[in-house]
Design a protein around this ligand. Structure first.
Ligand code: AMP
Length: 443
């Protein structure tokens, strides 16, 4: 099947040609007719499945020019990186149309964005907070919105954007088409659907949990986190084919520590992104990685969501994610567009259970590779790996102050925690309880 089989228009076909896009992905071919029918749609698709073009194509196909220049298509995404990425794809696809595409996100000057928006936008992409600010500011008029897309709904809810989303929904015209995209159909997502959307038709890219076939997955078993650092350094210096390596870690602190240690071993080859890094730093780190100036990019799950880097040769799970679904998101960053990818997980003794959960979720065992002999096995544990020491709660009796101290409480204000058992309280209230024998006799 090619894009020619979809009932598109010349401007869109030409734009797809220019971007060398020929064959629609599964979510693109499945979603197209359903979106074109005007129904609400819930697309279950992860990043990397081509979901962005899946919603953009039919929406742009249905778009018509109006003079008002208030957005007709509103796309809400959870992160600034995604705003930029979706806006890029929309720009590409509208190359031969006169639709104006704009992106707005927080952390940058509101006035500048308000000023730009005032000049008009047909397709607006934004993060929830900034969209609301602009709407309340009066610059953004949402009354012309005919098509709403909420991308990464699960992530949006996990990040606590529920309230902002519902506030935006209230500002939209009731008559509109809604497209929601989510990697998973969690209870939270389902609840949101029930409350605000009109029985959307579900379109799936691939059943969730299906491992991506062209990704080779393997595991190294090591005793602890410090050994992982040694192993990662050894793998990077020994395997030249690890040319563009995305390393996932679950916390910012761990990301910082790993970054420092890789910088020491291989200066200037590593970048890092997490939510404590400012916007410019993050854009720059991703750009350096995309352009091949750095070989390794260390990222936490949330920030890495949706970041699109082509040709990631290896995904390394420096630690395992708590949710098996996140494992799928992570490894899906390699092996894109029909290419082969490699996913390597470094699993310590503390993560055995997580590995088992992931394998159950995938329905398959992951191959365990032998740790190269020259890797130093560390015996030093990190703080989080240290066993918890249970301390006895020793109460120290403080000497009582001098009599009649300045702040002495009045007698009635003195709170005393006198423990009264439930049984005793009931007894005071209702008297001595009857025994079972007495009760039985009464019957
Ligand atoms: P997404 O899942 O929307 O983040 O897209 C992932 C990547 O796949 C992006 O770089 C797209 O440009 C690319 N892509 C989307 N659709 C296609 C397609 N039909 N053929 C090849 N690449 C595509």
């Amino acid at each position: 099947m090619t894009f020619k089989d979809l009932n598109l228009s010349n401007p869109l076909w030409n734009a797809l040609d220019d971007a060398s896009l020929v064959h629609p992905t599964s979510i693109q071919s499945r979603a197209y007719p359903v979106v074109m029918s005007g129904r609400d749609v819930l697309g279950i698709a992860q990043t990397g499945t081509g979901k962005t073009i899946a919603f953009l194509l039919p929406l742009l196909r249905m778009w018509t020019f109006t003079k008002t220049r208030h957005p007709q298509i509103l796309i809400i995404v959870p992160t600034r990186e995604l705003v930029v990425q979706v806006a890029d794809e929309a720009q590409k696809l509208t190359k031969y149309m006169n639709a104006v595409v704009k992106g707005v996100y927080g952390g940058t000057n509101l006035k500048t964005q308000a000023y730009e928006l005032a000049e008009g936008a047909d397709v607006l992409i934004g993060t929830p907070g900034r969209l609301l600010d602009l709407a309340y500011h009066g610059t953004l008029n949402l009354r012309a919105v005919k098509k709403l897309v909420i991308d990464e709904v699960d992530e949006m809810l996990a990040l606590g954007f529920r309230k902002q989303l519902t506030d935006i929904l209230e500002l939209l015209p009731e008559k509109r088409q809604n497209l929601l995209f989510s990697a998973t159909l969690s209870d939270e997502v389902d609840e949101m659907l029930q409350e605000h959307f009109n029985n959307p038709e579900v379109v799936e890219a691939a059943p969730p949990g299906t491992p991506v076939e062209n990704i080779t997955q393997s595991v190294y078993r090591v005793p602890n986190s410090n050994t992982k650092v040694n192993l990662l350094k050894a793998l990077l210096s020994g395997q030249k084919e690890m040319s563009r390596v995305l390393v996932f870690v679950s916390t910012k602190n761990l990301a910082d520590t790993l970054y420092e240690r890789l910088q020491e071993a291989m200066p200037e080859q590593t970048g890092i992104i997490h939510s404590n890094k400012d916007q410019n730093y993050r854009f720059n780190a991703v750009r350096q990685f995309k352009e091949g100036n750095t070989r390794v990019l260390i990222a936490t799950d949330i920030i890495a969501r949706g970041i699109d880097v082509e040709d990631v040769s290896h995904v390394v799970n420096f630690d395992l994610p708590d949710q098996p679904e996140d494992y799928i998101h992570r490894i899906g960053r390699t092996g894109r567009a029909g290419k082969n990818g490699v996913a390597i997980s470094l699993v310590s003794d503390f993560e055995t259970e997580l590995l088992e959960q992931i394998e159950t979720f995938l329905g398959q065992k992951t191959e365990v590779l032998a740790v190269p002999q020259d890797v130093e096995i560390s015996v030093v544990l990190t703080d989080s790996e240290m066993p918890e020491v249970k301390m006895k709660n020793i109460l120290i009796k403080l000497p009582s102050g001098p009599a009649g101290a300045f702040h002495e409480k009045k007698e009635k204000n003195q709170k005393q925690n006198i423990r009264v058992s439930h049984r005793q309280k009931m007894r005071e209230k209702y008297g001595k309880p009857k025994t079972r024998g007495q009760k039985a006799k009464k019957k």
